[in-house]
Write a protein of this length. Structure first.
Length: 337
């Protein structure tokens, strides 16, 4: 009987040396120390021994049980200290790298636009997205019930509070606080009641304003030409078309040579070779009068550019909805920026 309990201990320790993970150790513990384990069965069989052999057999069995319990516990501790090796995992393999985040293409373009105009001497200004009707429309020569408001139909919080349709209210707020000269750009989100393949209810815009003595349309053309050449390249030609905005006079739409086909005509430019990217003009005297500027002494120009339009052309994105779908197949391409 003595040899039986010693053999059990030897077998258990031999199997323990081969156990490679926690599951294998727990299985051995149940096999030898569980309710139906070999040690338990041995202890139950002691009653069949002669009375004089029972004390020694019981003593040896309990000692082996204690030895194995300690051995199993130490094996688990050693496994945990070694890093929790488990079957099927090679801990010598290199670790998996963490995924690297990326800036959204809208953020990238907004920052680049701000950097370009900052180098040209413009200050970056911000304002509220929930705006008073006065700053969004009336101060910009768009009185109540004016038909030109239909071009910028927006979301109304109340009769007098709206989600801004452009960042032009930042220009009004700045001119109310600052005397000429003024040279600012105003990036940010804007809102209009448009939702189709080429428009979204929320989009991003950057507007600019320069006010001072003897500011001319020629200055406007020079600034915007420099901007287009830096955001795209110097081979990108511009042309100015007459247009209408209530807050500028004269007003113009600025087209650039299609960056996709270089003027040959393609789907992106509707086979015209040109793409509209900016609206601009000389600030209307009524706007200056609303902020208390002397129209006989100062002039100025303003312009606005849609960030999504620039990002689509710059990165070859052909669907506006991609900017808002959080598709990692698109966003992952900008990790290196």
């Amino acid at each position: 009987m003595t040899q039986s309990i010693e053999q059990i201990e030897t077998d258990a320790l031999g199997e323990l040396e081969k156990a490679a993970n926690e599951e294998a150790i727990q299985t051995l513990s149940v096999k030898y120390l569980g309710r139906k384990g070999q040690i338990t069965q041995f202890l139950r069989s002691i009653s069949s021994l002669p009375a004089q052999e029972r004390p020694l057999a019981g003593q040896q069995a309990n000692q082996v049980k204690q030895n194995l319990a300690e051995a199993f516990e130490q094996a688990l501790i050693h496994l945990e200290d070694a890093g929790g090796e488990s079957e099927g995992i090679d801990v010598s393999l290199p670790g998996r790298p963490m995924s690297q985040g990326a800036l959204h293409p809208i953020t990238l373009v907004t920052r680049e636009v701000c950097d370009i105009f900052s180098r040209l001497g413009f200050d970056v200004m911000e304002g509220p997205e929930i705006e008073l009707d006065y700053y969004n429309f009336e101060a910009l020569n768009l009185p109540k019930n004016h038909p030109a408001r239909d071009m910028q139909d927006t979301f109304y919080i109340s009769d007098n509070i709206v989600l801004r349709t452009h960042t032009s209210p930042v220009q009004i707020r700045t001119m109310e606080k600052q005397t000429p000269p003024v040279r600012i750009i105003a990036p940010g989100k804007v809102y209009r009641c448009d939702s189709d393949l080429t428009h979204t209810p929320m989009f991003h815009q950057t507007e600019g304003l320069m006010v001072g003595e003897n500011i001319s349309f020629g200055d406007l053309k020079g600034i915007l030409t420099t901007f287009v050449h830096q955001i795209f390249d110097e081979k990108t030609a511009l042309k100015f078309r007459p247009s209408f905005f209530p807050f500028t006079e004269p007003s113009a739409e600025i087209d650039i040579l299609c960056v996709m086909c270089r003027g040959e005509g393609c789907r992106v430019c509707s086979q015209t070779g040109w793409i509209e990217v900016l609206g601009a003009g000389m600030v209307h005297p009524a706007v200056f009068e609303n902020v208390g500027y002397d129209t006989s002494r100062v002039t100025g120009f303003a312009f606005g550019v849609g960030i999504e339009r620039i990002a689509m052309l710059k990165y070859g994105i052909d669907d506006l909805r991609f900017f808002f779908e959080n598709d990692m197949r698109l966003l992952g391409q900008f990790v290196s920026h």
